[in-house]
Ligand binder design. Structure first.
Ligand SMILES: *Cc1c(COP(=O)(O)O)cnc(C)c1O
Length: 236
């Protein structure tokens, strides 16, 4: 590993943690109330190792094969892996037992497939988030608001998984400040579901490199950040 990569990533992480802590305090919480997930898709395992050496524990990956390869290569580090990519039913069989949190559940079909795969693998209960399509972008992943309560009830009824909260990815063409109402909306949806299901849904995963501050001010408990930590993503 290059020393300059190690130094750069450690410095960026330290600065980022400062800013996350400041935003958390501004929102009336503490730095420990916001989990930083370092999204390492397309970056080499060496970059993940550098971040781990700088104290980072939680990492997000979007592509199953790439994620499994890095997990195997970095098994000595005992990292916590999150699945943050588009979920496909034909890839669900690779997920059980591999990720602390699957963040992108967005249909009943996927939930049932994942349930079957977890049961077949006798894997531990899987923590999941439901991804919500807040801006009603037809081409984007995420369940529509109107279908969220039904999906949440169905997922909450599957004994192989534990619904931990909600995730969203606002439209890129909105300026970070303009995304605040969408972040606030995700928090409202979470609060509504807590009442409906009669239990806590502690995780609100929202905020990336450009908008983590706004997301934290609106209640994010988890931010998913790639570019700010690792630099621009290399071409695949
Ligand atoms: C790539 C990605 C991120 C990180 O984006 P950056 O802008 O590089 O911080 C966060 N969440 C998801 C779902 C992603 O796909």
């Amino acid at each position: 590993m290059h020393d300059d990569m190690q130094t750069d990533i450690a410095r960026r992480l330290a600065e980022l943690r400062e800013e996350i802590g400041a935003a958390a305090r501004e929102s009336g919480r503490g730095a420990g109330d916001v989990t930083l997930v370092a999204v390492s898709k397309w970056h080499p395992a060496a970059a993940v190792r550098a971040a781990a050496l700088a104290g980072q524990r939680d990492f997000g990956e979007n592509y199953v094969q790439e994620a499994l390869a890095k997990q195997d290569e970095l098994a000595d580090l005992g990292l916590r892996w999150h699945f943050t990519g588009a979920l496909q039913t034909n890839k669900a069989k690779f997920l059980p037992g591999r990720f602390v949190l699957v963040q992108t559940l967005d249909s009943l079909k996927l939930a049932r497939t994942l349930h079957d795969r977890i049961a077949a693998a006798c894997a531990p209960v899987q923590d999941v988030l439901i991804e919500v399509n807040l801006a009603r972008e037809s081409q984007k992943a995420g369940v529509a608001e109107a279908e969220l309560p039904g999906l949440a009830e169905a997922v909450a009824g599957l004994e192989t998984m534990r619904l931990a909260g909600l995730m969203a990815l606002p439209p890129f063409d909105l300026a970070p400040e303009a995304r605040r109402p969408l972040f606030a909306r995700l928090r409202e949806l979470r609060d509504g579901l807590e009442l409906r299901l009669g239990r806590r849904l502690p995780v609100l995963s929202m905020g990336m490199t450009d908008d983590f501050r706004q997301a934290i001010l609106e209640g994010a408990t988890m931010v998913r950040i790639g570019t700010r930590i690792f630099g621009a993503r290399p071409q695949k």
